[in-house]
Design a protein around this ligand. Structure first.
Ligand SMILES: O=C(O)CCC(=O)C(=O)O
Length: 234
């Protein structure tokens, strides 16, 4: 079934949460895949994040700009190899600004957006992500999510807890999802990836799903611990 025959409409999933299908061009998807491949190599290699309780996340993650480890941001990847993470490039900040402007139909909102970190997650067929909030940032600026490769079921919930009400959205290659405003701290997760749904010739990704979330940390330099916050069960 082609998108051209059956276009998937843009949808406001909740106030401030907008799904824009097919936002990334095939060229842009390939560029992002190539960039993510480089970042996955180092200076901090992609890895399965270990949670404070000893659990290991099924997704593999590499960060740029700031390193996220549960539940704080640092400039160096102290839980991996201690090295500073790769810088957050201007071109990716510009992409984030365009994403916010397009999702909200508000060029001024795009202009104000100044992401300084990206969490890059790779999902193989079995990987998933539990319901959680992105709350280690000191900024209420939107999160910009870009998906490439296999489609997934993305669950977007409420700001109170991990349960209902939530909306299930299929995120396909090239899709943009922005959540800010009243939805900035909504619980969300990825219950399953749909293996074999991506198109390697379009994306350059042989298999699996790549997701980038661009965020404003609201941090300057140094280390900020959010360990006193209730740990989200990621
Ligand atoms: O993979 C996704 O679509 C969501 C990623 C996510 O929730 C996160 O990185 O916090």
């Amino acid at each position: 079934m082609s998108d051209a025959l059956f276009p998937r409409p843009r949808a406001v999933v909740a106030p401030g949460a907008v799904h824009v299908p097919g936002w990334l061009s095939p060229e842009r998807q390939r560029e992002l895949v190539a960039a993510c491949r480089e970042w996955a190599r180092g200076p901090v290699p992609i890895r399965h994040t270990v949670l404070p309780g000893g659990g290991v996340m099924s997704v593999q993650t590499v960060c740029i700009g700031w390193h996220w480890q549960p539940y704080r941001y640092t400039r160096t990847a102290d839980d991996v190899n201690g090295r500073p993470v790769a810088p957050f490039p201007d071109w990716l900040a510009a992409l984030g600004r365009a994403a916010v402007a397009d999702a909200y139909g508000d060029p001024a909102a795009g202009g104000r957006y100044s992401p300084d970190t990206a969490l890059i997650n790779f999902y193989d067929g079995d990987a998933r992500m539990g319901m959680h909030q992105d709350k280690d940032e000191r900024s209420g600026a939107p999160v910009v999510s870009l998906s490439i490769g296999d489609s997934c079921l993305f669950r977007f919930g409420n700001t109170e807890d991990r349960g209902r009400p939530y909306t299930d959205v299929e995120l396909a290659s090239g899709d943009l999802f922005v959540f800010g405003g009243a939805s900035r701290f909504a619980f969300h997760g990825v219950p399953k990836v749909l293996p074999g749904t991506g198109d390697p010739t379009t994306t350059g990704l042989a298999g699996g799903r790549l997701n980038l979330t661009l965020r404003e940390t609201g941090l300057k330099e140094g280390r900020v611990s959010n360990a006193d916050r209730r740990a989200a069960d990621r």
